[in-house]
Design a protein around this ligand. Structure first.
Ligand SMILES: Nc1ncnc2c1ncn2[C@@H]1O[C@H](COP(=O)(O)OP(=O)(O)OP(=O)(O)O)[C@@H](O)[C@H]1O
Ligand SMILES: [Mg+2]
Length: 341
């Protein structure tokens, strides 16, 4: 029997869905698609807004002719605490009783309002400390996302943070690389993560993304937002296009990003002096920015590539050609659909 799971990534600009079927070790694509996210207040708690998003998901599911309704969904990373913490070495039982206390200083909400998850990263016998990955999500947020999916007529069976899902699909597409720097640039947020030996060991998020860039260009050149989007997607930061104008306007963002990536790499070298970060993988819609890979490789000094989560997944050849162009936007959704439940 094969298992079928839909990964659903509700972004601020687009809702992405990927349905995979898993049979023993073979994973095949059944369907993939995306639609614009309906405009509702970003932090709205209104039930009617939930229904609007649910309707859009329902439409997408209909367009994709989905075979079953089990869904794995993501929570936006910027609303979840994802933090590597260090605690004294202790056994599982001790940890279970003290994790709340250990976690408290990292969580800006009352502990009874969050769901806490943790997993072991590594133990250091010399310092008698261990590193844990702490993930804390507001319960109200989890409930809201579960409600939206249920309202859309699908069946929510799993929920996790975007970045953890993206890491799963990145590892699936690059299984032999020990250490990877993953940068995900969406419409409103950019996230930097280090994957070391297939585990998340560092994560940071910034409230800027592709929309910030479009707004900056549109203000500077006086174009409408939608027209600016088209210019940005066509010419990107390539120096020989439009006299390099767009690249100049966007350069503060990318210089900042590259400097944050540098800092992250410095942190890695300090923590793991004997190891190397082999590759920079860029995911999310803005990964498709023309000229970005070249500029990243030049500025960061390590091999940079656009995320392609369809690698190691069986996809019909004719479908693949179209999907490959959109590959990086599906990184989170594929990771969600790859989740073992
Ligand atoms: N070819 C392209 N060149 C540059 N930017 C692009 C291109 N295609 C899409 N984008 C940008 O990618 C962004 C949308 O990406 P994505 O769908 O990953 O965002 P999202 O998941 O909705 O956002 P978030 O995760 O921040 O909530 C938009 O800002 C869009 O302009
Ligand atoms: Mg996103």
């Amino acid at each position: 029997m094969s298992k079928i799971l839909l990964g659903l990534d509700i972004g601020s600009q687009t809702i992405k869905a990927v349905q995979l079927s898993r049979n023993k070790n073979k994973v095949s694509l059944l369907s993939a698609g995306y639609i614009p996210t309906p405009k509702v207040e970003a932090n709205s708690t209104g039930r009617s807004d939930e229904q609007v998003i649910a309707n859009a998901i329902n439409q997408l599911a209909h367009d994709m002719k989905l075979a079953t309704g089990d869904v794995s969904i993501s929570l936006p990373s910027y609303k979840v605490v994802t933090q590597v913490i260090e605690v004294p070495i202790m056994n599982d039982k001790e940890l279970e009783s003290s994790i709340q206390w250990e976690a408290e200083e990292y969580i800006p909400l009352p502990l009874n309002k969050v769901k806490i998850d943790y997993s072991l990263i590594s133990k250091n016998e010399t310092s008698k400390k261990m590193k844990l990955l702490l993930v804390a999500a507001p319960i109200s947020l989890i409930e809201k996302y579960m409600r939206i999916v249920s309202l859309s007529g699908l069946n929510p069976v799993a929920i996790e943070t975007e970045i953890l899902a993206s890491i799963r699909s990145t590892i699936n597409s690059l299984p032999t690389l020990p250490n990877i720097l993953l940068v995900s640039i969406g419409a409103t947020n950019t996230e930097i993560a280090i994957i070391r030996q297939q585990l998340l060991v560092f994560a940071r998020i910034f409230p800027i993304g592709g929309n910030t860039l479009t707004r900056a260009i549109s203000e500077e050149l006086g174009f409408e937002f939608q027209q600016t989007e088209e210019y940005k997607k066509t010419y990107g930061i390539e120096e020989d296009k439009l006299e390099g104008k767009l690249g100049k306007i966007m350069s503060p963002f990318f210089n900042n990003l590259f400097s944050e990536i540098d800092k992250t790499m410095a942190y890695f070298r300090e923590e793991y002096p004997k190891e190397e970060l082999m590759t920079l993988v860029i995911s999310g819609g803005a990964a498709k920015m023309p000229g970005l890979m070249l500029s990243a490789t030049k500025n960061i000094g390590i091999n940079s590539q656009i995320s392609n989560p369809f690698i190691n997944i069986e996809v019909d050849q004719d479908v693949l050609t179209t999907l490959n162009q959109d590959a990086p936007i599906y990184t989170t959704a594929i990771g969600l659909a790859l989740k073992e439940i």
